[in-house]
Design a protein around this ligand. Structure first.
Ligand code: UGA
Length: 333
């Protein structure tokens, strides 16, 4: 039996990973302990005797969380604030949760000689020029006044701490860097009504409810959008192949889905019209990033991953086009 502990089980990645693993025969011997403050996405799971949910806050219930870490074979600490608007508005919350709380967990895993699969981020590459390679690309950020970079810095420092701990005494770890994973249930509807969710959720909410979408700085900036189903396949390969993935960093992204925000918004409007019986009239407005996010924001103009590392080691490559991802999101609204 393998006991997998997922902290942040009700988050976007946690939920998709758990529901997929529980239905995959290869993972029949896995028992999953999931920790979260919420049980919203997980509500969709059917009762399953290989999944145990614990309603703990990793900040407030440290002792209980530590007991679960002691019992686990593999730990995936997925708790983090991951929305740019919050990096700008509440940078200290980002530092305390994403860095400080995760540092405590990472150190405990190292002390107990546990295997950890840790989420780094595509944001660590910052403003550099892609395709980004895990082991050769420089990490480039803006000045300190731009608090947008506190997330990337926090994550980068944790990546470095994990390597430093391994240097001190061997650590069993794999770091993965998701590149704009998209799929159903990405952000909560609540956060999109406040204007603080990630692009796809924000565009859908704005198109359906407000009938007006906003292109920040004209929408020329590009991202490589990766279907969460591809992302989960990559994580499953990492889980199954400790030997080859040990002490590695993997970008998990789709270099072929490199689209500008404007192209994405056109596709959203087109598909909404195609799928609904009524004519969807959506106006498109342009706002400066200062107006939309606040003074502490800086953008990334393009973010293309190299996926050679995970391709060579685990024979993974993404399969879903952006249109297929969008269809799947709309089918699950
Ligand atoms: C995201 C988040 O930092 C993390 O979730 C994550 O680590 C990383 O990227 C990732 O998923 O790889 P970003 O891609 O900038 O960062 O986040 P989005 O909020 O999805 O924004 C994408 C682009 O759309 C930005 O240029 C933003 O300015 C623009 N945007 C967003 C709009 O033009 N209109 C909107 O209504 C919302």
């Amino acid at each position: 039996m393998t006991r997998l502990l997922i902290l942040g089980a009700d988050g976007f990645i946690g939920y998709h990973l758990i529901s997929n693993i529980l239905e995959d025969k290869i993972f029949d011997d896995y028992v999953i302990d999931g920790v979260d403050t919420n049980f919203q996405r997980l509500n969709k799971l059917k009762n399953n005797n290989r999944f145990n949910f614990f309603q703990y806050d990793i900040k407030k219930n440290q002792k209980n969380v530590d007991k679960l870490i002691e019992k686990a074979d593999i730990i995936m600490p997925l708790v983090a604030i991951a929305t740019p608007k919050i990096y700008v508005e509440r940078p200290m919350d980002v530092f305390e949760l994403d860095f400080e709380e995760n540092l405590r967990i990472v150190k405990l895993c190292h002390d107990l000689n546990k295997r950890i699969i840790f989420p780094s981020t595509s944001e660590v590459y910052g403003k550099g020029k892609g395709p980004f390679e895990e082991d050769t690309t420089d990490l480039v950020y803006g000045p300190i006044q731009y608090s947008r970079w506190i997330y990337a810095c926090s994550k980068q420092l944790l990546d470095r701490v994990i390597f430093a701990l391994d240097q001190k005494r061997s650590f069993r770890f794999t770091l993965f860097r998701p590149f704009n994973w998209v799929g159903p249930y990405l952000d909560s509807l609540e956060s999109s009504s406040e204007g603080s969710s990630r692009l796809i959720t924000q565009l859908l909410n704005d198109a359906i409810i407000r009938k007006e979408i906003t292109l920040v700085d004209g929408g020329h900036q590009k991202r490589c959008f990766t279907d969460v189903r591809d992302g989960i396949e990559a994580l499953k390969l990492i889980l199954l192949h400790e030997k080859i993935s040990n002490k590695k960093i993997y970008n998990i992204g789709n270099p072929w889905n490199n689209l500008s925000v404007r192209e994405v918004s056109d596709k959203v409007i087109y598909l909404l019209n195609k799928k609904s019986k009524i004519n969807f009239l959506v106006s498109v407005s342009v706002k400066s990033s200062k107006e939309f996010y606040g003074a502490g924001y800086q953008d990334v103009s393009n973010r293309i991953p190299s996926i050679n590392a995970i391709g060579n080691d685990l024979n993974w490559s993404p399969k879903y086009s952006f249109d297929q991802s969008l269809e799947n999101i709309l089918d699950n609204i």
